[in-house]
Design a protein around this ligand. Sequence first.
Ligand code: PRP
Length: 209
Amino acid sequence: MLNIALPKGRLGEKVYDILERAGYPCEAIKANGRKLIFENSEQGIRYFWVKPSDVSIYVERGAADIGIAGKDILLEYTPDVYELLDLKIGKCRMAVAAKKGFRDDGRKTLKVATKFVNITKKHYSGISRDIDIIKLNGSIELAPILGLSDVIVDIVETGSTLRENDLDVVETIVPISARLIANKASFKFKTKEIENLVQGVRLQIAEND
Ligand code: PRP
């Protein structure tokens, strides 16, 4: 049995569609209930819905053999897993943003609000800029508007959250997309099953490109 952690939400639904087309269907998963685990014993697969930011925890600890996680989560938490494939969906970018017209004159410590503390630290230590990190858990865009921070480091997808709050991108840190990851021991013991699935998914991605 191959245990697959899917990220709950719109991205996860897209991922499931790809897996279904790749030959790993599980009809029951489409019901709109609160059930979290779905099994297709004929195909030897079990899906579960997990919070997107938790996928890499399930995979790293072996509760799931494989999973789909955003590159943002992999960069932030650096889980000890194999990254097998870029699914080329869930595309967005990690960016620094601020109020329109903001210029960093570099004279005082920069106040940065973010959910992504490690990505932020790495980015600013790379350019030797002193920062004060304010860790938030959501609605990060509020921070510069209310004067809680000078800038934010956050995900920008369509750009509408920034636009509607009069913020601009200052710089892009890294492009992001969904990745297929595998538990290291599972990859060793279920190599064939995992490689078959990866190959099936790869073909679907090529068709979508
Ligand atoms: C994410 C991110 C931005 C927004 C970007 O927030 O933190 O706020 O999406 O998307 P856009 O460029 O298409 O507007 P999410 O919806 O995950 O909620 P959050 O505020 O709780 O982080």
